[in-house]
Structures are given as C-alpha cells and as structure tokens.
Design a protein around this ligand. Structure first.
Ligand code: FAD
Length: 395
C-alpha cells in the first residue's frame, strides 16, 4: 500500500498552511494531499471581492508546489480507518499514513432547488460560472443576507447587473451586527440599486430558462440566475463515519488532535476550545484556517503549541469595509462608538462587563489592539470605551 508520513485530506487554505509548516519542521518527510477540487490551494475571499474589482485570477494561487507535497487533485477521500492508519480514495486505492490531517472545510447549505442556474457559492469554479453569467445582462436573485450574500450582491451590482436580494431576517448581516446597523445596510444596499426583500425563508427552483424564488406565503419572483448564500455545513462525514468525535465540526483539543490517534483537524471543519471566550467554537474564516492549519502542521511534526486564536475576519461591501475580532453576536450587549454613524466607528460586544468582540467599521489598524482588549478580560465601563480604538492616522 502506498503511504505518506503526512497525509492531508482537502487542498484548501488550512491544508496549504499545514503543508508549509510540515515542510519547515520536517524538510525530508513525504506529504500527500488529496483535494476534491481540480485546483491546488487558492484564496477564497477574492472570489466575492477583489476578483470583481480588477484583481487578476492569477493572484489567488497559493504557493503549494514549493512544499514538494504530492498533490492528488480532483481526488476525493471516501473513507478513513484510524485502526489501520489508512484512507481510501474515490478510485478504491488505499493509502497509509503516519499522521493524518482532516482539512475538509465546509459545503454551502442547500435549498431544495438545484440546477445550472442556481449557484451555491463556494469555489473558484462557482466564481468562473458566475463571472460568465454576469457578462450578460441577466437578472440575479441573491438569497441570504449574510456575508456571502452581501458580498456577491455588491459584486454583481458593481458590474451593473440587476440584483434582487431575498433575506430571511429584517436586516442585512443580522447574525453579526446590532439591529440599527443591519437596518442601515438595507437602506444602503437599496441606495446602491439593489432591491432588498425581507421576506422570511424562501426556496428556489429552475423554471424554463430562468429561476423562481418562492416565499413562504407563496409569492413568486422570477430571475435568470440565483446565487444562494445561506450558511455552511462542516464536512464532517469522513470523521463521523470513522467514529471520531464530532459536534458542531470535528472536535479537536488545544493541539488540534481529534479523538482518534494521529488524526488532526483544522480550518472551517474543526471546533476548538477558545480560552478567552470560554467555550468551544468553530470559525469559518481565512485567518483561522491559516493559523490552525499551520499549528496542526507543527503539531503533527512533533512541535505542538496550544492553539487559542480569537476569530478574525474582514469584508468589503461597496465602499464600506470592516474587520472583526472576537465574538460578534448581536445578542450580547453592544456599545457603538461612531465617529460618523454607520460610516466609521467601532462597535464593542460585551458580556458580564467584559469586551468579547469588536467590529472595526471602516476603522483600520486596530485589530491587534482589539485583540489585546478582549484578551485582557478586564471589566470595563461601557462609556469609557469611547475613543479606545481610534482610527489609524493616515500616513
Ligand atoms: C466566496 C467566499 C468569500 C470569503 N471571504 C472571506 C473573507 O473575506 N474573510 C475571511 O476571513 N474568510 C472568508 N471566507 C472564508 C474562508 O475562505 C474559509 O474560512 C476558508 O477557505 C476555510 O479554509 P479550509 O481549508 O478550512 O476549507 P476550504 O478552503 O473550504 O478547503 C477545503 C477543501 O477540502 C476539499 N474536500 C472536502 N472533502 C474532501 C474529501 N473527502 N476529499 C478530498 N478533498 C475534500 C474541498 O473540496 C475543499 O477544496 C470566504 C469564503 C468564500 C467561499
């Protein structure tokens, strides 16, 4: 049976970070990577942002070749057997490992409808397909008001396409932002020419040459193409079938070990105990996949260090942009320190008098300070937060 010292399932962001760490820590080891997509590792964030603003596709590739890993692309791992330390691929070939990393990411949640004109947006191939469609004067329905929906709607609108958003809640980004900011975003998107419908849950189906969005009350809206962004399910099936502990994601300890010997997990698929937040979390963001993949690589190569990173992510919405650190849960108490309401400022998220998260809204250069503030875990008086994370002065 062919075998690798390090075998990685998934060839995304966490896998790429792990490959580099492994190569750094263990220069001569054999590394095998199986990725279901036909492409080697690339950055996903530009698929809904920079590529629509003129950045060339050639900029998204990660440098995996320099790691010397054996890349098996367009190949899916169909099963793993921790007892015999082996995996089986979709051609029925068994591969052994000394250490295994599960970096399988997640799959977009699906509605009932499927077909050529209904895109569940996740991959480079999805981007290419949407880009092609957006080169024609078609009408686009975007389902979902989370960050994928908001970014894709903005990207399409910036190509001058007709865009209608279907949002289950009363605002945009309601899982992240306080109500007033979510409502502002609805108005803001409408000002940009996006039709925003807050219509509760919808379904989509292909009809004729286009699609139909149907609301719970039976109202129907036609468009040519639907892009659906209604959340992600972690790809845990391999782990679950192998008897590895799975909750919301594959559960790992501080050293990214799963419940099976010599099997690790990292990235969107893995959940870990975050000591400052005091609970197990699963993070669906690039910086987490990068840091966790890297930490997993070092741990697998015998250089473990506890992984305890706070969530961090960023987004661009037309000419607004933000960075977010820690826990952004609008059910927490919030304190908004606006320099210019909804255009520039910081929103703090607090529990029991301590800051747990910070939204840096068009406010740059403060992510590290926000991280320190959260990690201090000191009681703070809300009003004293005003001016605490000031905008970086322009150079
Ligand atoms: C359009 C878009 C925009 C985004 N923008 C941002 C952003 O602005 N900021 C941010 O922080 N994050 C953003 N993200 C999220 C970020 O890209 C993810 O958090 C990150 O890609 C997770 O990396 P990962 O390696 O865990 O998973 P992935 O990058 O999803 O890689 C997992 C890979 O594993 C493969 N795989 C799964 N099962 C198998 C199997 N059985 N065998 C072989 N291969 C398998 C999958 O096909 C996939 O290629 C965005 C995501 C998308 C889709």
């Amino acid at each position: 049976m062919p075998s690798y010292e390090y075998l990685i399932v998934g060839a995304g962001i966490a896998a790429d970070a792990a490959m580099h760490a492994l190569r750094e820590a263990d220069p001569h080891a054999t590394i095998g990577v199986f990725g279901a997509e036909a492409h080697a590792s690339y950055d996903r964030p530009p698929l809904s942002k920079a590529l629509w603003k003129g950045t060339p596709e050639s900029d998204i590739w990660r440098d995996v070749r320099s790691t010397g890993a054996d890349l098996h692309l367009g190949r899916r791992i169909a099963g793993i057997d921790p007892r015999s330390a082996s995996v089986i691929d979709d051609r029925g070939i068994t591969h052994g490992y000394a250490k295994l990393l599960l970096a399988t990411g997640g799959s977009p949640r699906r509605l009932r409808g499927s077909g050529d004109r209904i895109l569940y947006y996740r991959t480079l191939d999805d981007y290419r397909r949407l880009r092609d469609l957006a080169s024609e004067p078609l009408r686009f329905a975007v389902v979902g008001g989370g960050f994928i929906g908001m970014e894709v709607a903005a990207a399409l609108r910036m190509q001058d396409r007709e865009v209608e958003m279907f949002v289950g809640e009363d605002g945009l980004g309601t899982r992240l932002f306080p109500d007033d900011l979510s409502s502002f975003l609805v108005d803001y998107y409408r000002e940009q020419g996006v039709v925003v419908r807050t219509v509760g849950r919808v379904d989509v189906e292909e009809r004729g040459r286009g699609i139909v969005v149907r609301t719970g009350s039976g109202a129907e809206f036609e468009a040519d193409v639907a892009v659906v962004g209604v959340g992600l399910s972690p790809n845990v099936e391999l782990a679950r079938d192998a008897g590895i502990a799975v909750g919301d994601g594959i559960e790992v300890d501080a050293f990214l070990r799963t419940s099976a010997p010599n099997v690790y997990a990292a990235g969107d698929v893995a959940s870990y105990e975050q000591p400052v937040l005091g609970r197990r979390i699963r993070v669906e963001h690039e910086s987490n996949a990068d840091a966790m993949g890297r930490a997993a690589g070092f741990a697998m190569a015998g250089q473990p260090a506890p992984f305890d990173q706070l969530p961090f992510f960023y987004s661009d919405l037309f000419d607004l942009g933000f960075e977010a650190v820690g826990e952004l849960d609008p059910r927490l108490e919030t304190f908004a320190d606006w320099k210019d309401p909804f255009r520039e400022g910081v929103v703090y998220y607090l529990a029991k008098g301590r800051v747990r998260g910070a939204l840096l809204w068009n406010t740059w250069g403060q992510a590290d300070n926000a991280r320190r503030l959260i990690e201090e875990m000191k009681p703070v008086e809300k009003n004293k937060l005003a001016g605490r994370l000031p905008q970086e002065e322009a150079a």
